[in-house]
Every structure is written in C-alpha cells, then in structure tokens.
Design a protein around this ligand. Sequence first.
Ligand code: FRU
Length: 482
Amino acid sequence: MSKKIEKYTFYTTEWQEYLSQLEEKINESAYLPKYHLYPKTGLMNDPNGLSYFNGKYQVFYQWFPFDSFHGMKHWGHATSEDLVKFKDEGFALIPDEEYEKNGAYSGNAFEYNDELYLFYTANYKTDTGKLAKQALAIMDKKGTITKYPKNPILDGAPKGFSQELRDPFVFERNGSFYMLLGGGRFVKGEQTGFGDIGELLLYKSTNLVDWTYQGTIDLPIDKGYMLECPSLVTIDGKDVLFLSPMGYEKETYRYQNRFSSIYLVGQLDVEKRTFELEHVDELDAGFDYYAPQSFYGKNQLPLTFGWFGCGEQVYPIDTEGWKHGLTTAQEMRVVDGKLRRFPTEEVQKQFADKQTIRTDQLLLEYPYYHLQFELNKKQDSTICFGTKDDFWQLNLDEKKETITIDRGYLAKKIDTEYGMKRTCEIAELADNITVDVFVDNSFIELYLNEGERVFSFRVFLESEQTTISFSKETEATWAYFE
Ligand code: FRU
C-alpha cells in the first residue's frame, strides 16, 4: 500500500495488487451504501454514457481509481438489470493515448448499428493551457470497447471560445445527429483558461465521426462562466435540457453549492439554435449533487442519475480511500411544466415490508430505510435524525415558507466551508407535503411531493441506529431495504 500516487497516473496491471488491498480496506468502511453505486476504490464523479444497451443498463462514470482526490480520470463501468443491483465491469476507458494524456473526461452514449458509441472529452494540457479534444470509443455487443483509431474526432475550440470545451452529448433529431458541448466564450481581453460567459455549442454530423460546428444555442438564462455536462431528453412532448453551470449567481436559497445543476423545460430548435424557455430551476437543493446526465432507459423511460458530490468537498472519511457515488436512478415526469424526479419503481420495490405508526419518536435499527410522512405547510416542524449528540434535522418554517436541512449538529462535520444548511421554498407547494426519505447509510435522498423538490446529501452518523424525533405526533411509514 506504499505506492506513490501521482495525479496523472493511468491504470496498468502493476497497480492491481495495490488496488486489491485498497478495496479490502474500503470494504471495512462503516459508511458504504447498499443501493447507490459507489467506487470500489478511489473517487467517482459524473455519470457517463448512461444507456440501455444489449438488454442491460450500462452505467459508466468518471473514476480516479487510486485515491479519494480528483486525479487522472478513467471511465469505470457497471451494468445492471434493475438499476438497484450493479455488476462491476471494471475499466471502460483507460487514458493511455497521447491525445488523452490528462484523462478521459465526461460524455454520453449513443446506440448506432447495434454498437454503443461512447463520446468523451480527451483532456489534454499543455504548458500554455488546455487544448479541447473530443474522442470516441465503440462498445460492441460482447462488451469490447475499442477507441476510434482516428481520435480525436474534434480538435480545438472555435475561435473566441475557451479550450475548456467538453462533455459531448450526442442525440438524434429530424434524421440528423447532433452533439452538444459545454464551454465558455471570451468577451474580455484574456483568451486563456475558462471563458467569461458559459456557452452551449452545437455540432452536426451524418456519420457520428465527422462533425461540423453550427454555432451556440441561444439560452435566455444566467450561464455562469462555464457550462458543463449538457444532456437532453423529451418528456411528454417537452424538451428538458440539463446543464451544470460554474459561476451561477447565488439566490437567497437556491444555488448555494460551489457549482449548480439546472434544468430547462421548453423547446429546442436545432435549426435556429434557440431554446424556447418555459421554465428553469435548480435540480437539487441538497449539498451533494452535480453533473447529472439524463437518458432513455428500457421502454424509453426518461431517467437520470446525478453525481452524489460536487466540486472538491472535504468529507470526514476521506482517508478511507473512496469518495462519492451516484444518486439512485430517478424516473422523470413533467407536471404543470416543471420537472419531478423520483427513484424508479424498482428502487421503491426494495422496501416492501412497510410498517406504519403514529408516534413522536421512532427507532430505526439499520441505516438502510425508506421513511415517509406528511408535513403541513401551516405548522412549524422539526424532525431530527440520529442520536442526542449526533444528528441532522429537517425544519419547516411556516412563516418563511421554507424547508431547511441542517447538518450543523453532526459529530462528523462535513465540508463546512460551504455552509451547514440548505433551504428550499415551499410557497408554491400544496398545504400537505409528502416527505420521502431514502437513507442508504451515508447517502440520503429526501423528496418533497415525489420530486417536486429534492435534497441529496451525505451524513456520517456514528451509530447504526437512528432515532427519528418529530416535534409532534406524526404518522410515519417505514421499511428497510431488503
Ligand atoms: C463535471 C466535470 C466535467 C468533466 C469531468 C471531469 O463534474 O468537471 O465537466 O468532464 O467533471 O472529471
């Protein structure tokens, strides 16, 4: 275990022994989840290449396998029948070519002629800054992944744009192939590093390998200084565009994390390069959510996974050698023009043995449960989860019309630089609010009204048992993960 980890190290078989030992150590962690995908070693970030291909879900992810910091990005791979149990498929992309010498960054998957095309950004640094390169790898039905021999398929950014141009998202519309790339444009003098204004660039192709730049998409929103991780799905006739802007302006309650993830509902016109905007909002009010990717699952079900993390957070268990994970797979609907996302039926089915009780205190033995209760918007409420000296809490403030998650009472403090509280406004919600809390040990997803608002966040409680104290008698339904 004494190998020195360089930031830009890529995997070779020489690392196998080290990684096996690290995996054994991590298996002892008290904070591993059971139904969230997490890295068997090292750091996991963005979900990539999400698809239903060859009769299975294919879930790829950004992965630095050697330690719990952001280093050379590989693509890890897992497959799943149900998006609850995941089979580890190991490395999908190892950045061992010159054009990707600083990592295989994020991208998506597109099925074509019975093969899965994996688009990604080849991270390439020089002494004077980055050079934007996009690359392709193709997975066949046997699961063999081959990098396209003529990579990169796109080299450099258009004039006036930052070379931080990345995260290809390829889709089909009106019989043509399109690629979205996130980036930024320079408007001031300096022409290096990130741009000054985030931009979404559109490319077109007839064969998925030769791409021509079309221009930027006109987005009538704050775009920060850089847009990351675009993805697009159509739900009930509406286009839903997902973006992860850096430098998004903070509001009183929204956009409190270092970076934000937003969704836009409306209509994308690829010819005019416009997005007719009907609604825009943040995707998640929690502390630990970023860079989601949306896709169509089995039977064209619109699904999304997010990275259960954001930026370079400091966690109390960083020395364990593993970090972050992905959210559950969430099914999406558009209700009254707004997006809702909620764990898939498969995830919900894992909590079958439901019990209901009216109480002001509930003791749950294991930290893998689904708890449901209702809140009345017109009454202040406080609900604590944990033990007397180590808990997190939910507060409903009737006057302010807000719900707040507070991590300030935890024994193991988390990423305090970015604050201990996250709040969302509930003025627009109906008087009775259904709260669903899915706890998977240190991974928590809390939903209001089946995804009208969502908080994703980590906690590291010291006890396996959780006492849930309600400020008044409440009817609560719970079930353990089976
Ligand atoms: C978002 C991101 C992407 C990039 C990847 C690198 O979290 O910064 O823009 O491709 O992570 O790991």
